[in-house]
Design a protein around this ligand. Structure first.
Ligand SMILES: Nc1ncnc2c1ncn2[C@@H]1O[C@H](COP(=O)(O)OP(=O)(O)OP(=O)(O)O)[C@@H](O)[C@H]1O
Ligand SMILES: [Mg+2]
Length: 282
């Protein structure tokens, strides 16, 4: 292969890896609804004919498996240790969404050699190349691990509730993203709002403060009102959009998915998402 051919192939390959859009769902305060939003958004996006992978990056504490009612016996830990191949730990959940649990795997990256690391990155990159949308459910708070996943994403959805503590923690998260020079799109989800106007007001408050003090635009991802159907669905281990397809909450989540699909998030140019994440850890 001559130099020109090699260059062309490289551009085709990088265009391939860029087609995957990575959305990280995070929050400052815990228990604000990230995992429910991640699971239900994934199902809505998959219903619009997108190949969606849901990655549970809440290391050690993840519970997407509970909400999606899957039996995730294996996670990335076994892939890192070489006991399993990546395809063996992928769970096929509702609407054809693929679910991968990180387990405590990422913490073990520090203990593997260069060859094992490269094998892992290769496998994750192959998965990424076959995916339209990768949704990352992170843990709460501004730990290094959470921030590494968020800064590597194209779009970060910060979830808050109308509680003042959740709002200040959401702002703290946005501030850390700014301090890390996050160059993607930051959007706010107001969950458990008592009404849509209240949710809009909360959104505006956070977005105004971010613009005033950080000079950073924070977009509106959507408002989801507080309702019993979410809690009932968690108890029955069936995502609310499938359990109550005609409910108001389902249309609120579907509207958020449609809005996300429409927005042209600037895609990160260099490297695949997983390579960017792994690079952050070293
Ligand atoms: N819109 C809503 N209305 C009512 N209850 C809700 C709503 N969204 C989430 N919940 C409830 O809030 C609880 C926490 O939700 P979830 O586990 O999704 O939060 P989380 O942010 O992922 O938590 P963690 O920080 O522990 O990962 C769940 O029990 C769920 O039933
Ligand atoms: Mg969670």
């Amino acid at each position: 292969m001559n130099c020109k051919d090699a260059k062309y192939l490289e551009s085709v390959m990088s265009a391939q890896s860029q087609k995957t859009r990575v959305i990280a769902i995070t929050s400052g305060k815990g228990g604000v609804g990230k995992t429910n939003i991640a699971a239900n958004l994934a199902i809505c996006l998959a219903a619009s004919n997108k190949k969606v992978v849901l990655f549970d990056a809440d290391l050690g504490l993840g519970n997407i498996d509970v909400i999606m009612n899957i039996n995730s016996r294996y996670n990335l830990t076994q892939v890192i240790s070489g006991q399993k191949e990546l395809h063996e730990i992928i769970n096929i959940a509702h609407a054809g969404v693929d679910v991968i649990c990180a387990g405590s795997g990422i913490a073990e990256l520090a203990n593997i050699n260069q060859f094992q690391l490269q094998r892992l990155i290769d496998e994750l990159e192959e998965l990424e190349n076959n995916t339209d949308i990768l949704i990352i459910d992170t843990g709460a708070g501004i730990s290094n691990t959470v921030m590494n996943f968020c800064t590597a994403a194209d779009n970060v959805l910060v979830v808050t509730t109308p509680e003042p503590t959740a709002m200040t923690d959401a702002y703290a998260m946005i501030k850390v993203l700014a301090a890390r020079n996050f160059d993607g799109r930051i959007s706010l989800v107001v969950n458990m709002a008592n009404s849509i106007p209240e949710g809009k007001r909360i959104y505006r408050q956070v977005a105004d403060v971010a613009m005033r003090f950080l000079n950073l635009p924070v977009y509106e991802a959507g408002i989801i009102c507080k309702n019993d159907q979410v809690t009932k669905s968690v108890k029955s281990r069936k995502p609310v959009v499938l359990n109550y397809p005609k409910a108001k909450v389902t249309s609120e989540i579907a509207a958020m998915a449609a809005r996300l699909s429409r927005n042209q998030t600037p895609m990160k140019k260099k490297n695949s998402f997983f390579k960017r994440v792994v690079n952050c850890f070293f």
